[in-house]
Write a protein of this length. Structure first.
Length: 306
């Protein structure tokens, strides 16, 4: 197994709107779509689409969304042996509102994701030990994330932590054990309490995390590109200019693609560059996982940009 994703899945309920209604106002939306999402599942699908062998440890409910979620993961070749149902519980859902400028607003109802517990890591231990990389996020109980970090360190498996949705009270005794910490600008701001309006400010904020013991902080900055900060060096990678339609899931697209190329090449800078292109392609179509490009589409896009 190349990559183990321990994290969330959601069913995306996406409304395409002209504007958010005011209090008491009813507006007609332009379109509506149902899709499979969730940060963990999105990242797993992105890595699988690039060709990685991926397993996922996650929970679904026992509602009409559960089988659809499992079937969707399996359609991408993802190992779902440790994707299990929680009786009497809804699956996680995410109502998403996308405006005509492609900006989004998202609500999260965790549902069964709340029941992914530390003991589930130990239950999947035999297969998890075969993975080359563990990918984590924060849409599951924080103690489960901490147990996964411990598991990775105990077994010499590198760890990516995407601190999303951002939480102010992260225990850096655990977080500093992660090999790659990948926030976006707003998550970096919340975690550090520092401004992130300029690249200089982002560099300063990210450097404070390095001082707390993190090895690699990779900040995704949207149209401003990506900044990789480590103790001795700082790299800035430019974004690709595209006409964005829907930015939902772009951060997850970056992380899943980054994970794939990191495992395949061991070259962090190459992985960032490929993931930046992959994420750019993901925003030119509607949806989350359905917007992620194939290997061939990614290769063709990079050729046109060189």
């Amino acid at each position: 197994m190349d990559i183990a994703v321990i994290g969330s899945n959601m069913v995306d309920l996406v409304s395409y709107i002209d504007k958010i209604p005011n209090e008491g106002e009813t507006l007609e939306a332009a379109d509506f779509k149902i899709g499979c999402g969730g940060k963990g599942a999105n990242q797993a699908v992105a890595a699988a689409k690039m060709g990685s062998k991926v397993m996922m440890v996650t929970k679904v409910g026992d509602d009409l969304f559960a089988d659809r979620t499992i079937e969707n993961l399996e359609s991408y070749g993802i190992d779902t042996e440790f994707t299990s149902k929680i009786p009497g519980t809804s699956s996680g859902v995410a109502p998403i509102f996308v405006d005509r400028e492609s900006k989004n607003r998202i609500l999260i109802i965790k549902g069964a994701n709340q029941y992914l517990l530390p003991e589930d890591i130990d239950h999947a231990a035999k297969k998890l030990k075969k993975s080359s990389l563990i990918v984590l996020q924060l849409e599951i109980p924080i103690q489960t994330t901490y147990r996964a970090i411990e598991f990775g360190k105990e077994n010499g498996i590198p760890i990516i932590l995407n601190p999303a949705p951002a939480a102010k009270k992260l225990d850096f005794d655990y977080v500093s054990k992660c090999d790659y910490f990948i926030p976006n600008e707003s998550e970096l701001e919340l975690l550090t309490g520092m401004p992130v309006e300029s690249k200089d400010q982002i560099r300063t904020a990210a450097s404070t995390l390095i001082e707390k013991g993190l090895k690699n902080v990779i900040v995704t900055m949207g149209s401003r590109g990506v900044m990789w900060v480590k103790s001795e060096k700082i790299f800035t990678i430019d974004s690709y200019k595209v006409d964005a339609i829907d930015t939902t899931g772009a951060g997850d697209a970056f992380i899943g693609c980054f994970a794939h190329f990191l495992v395949q090449s061991g070259d962090v800078l190459l992985a960032i560059k490929m993931a930046t292109a992959f994420a750019a392609l993901s925003v030119v179509k509607q949806g989350t996982q359905t917007s992620y490009p194939s290997v061939q589409e990614l290769e063709q896009f990079i050729k046109t940009q060189s």
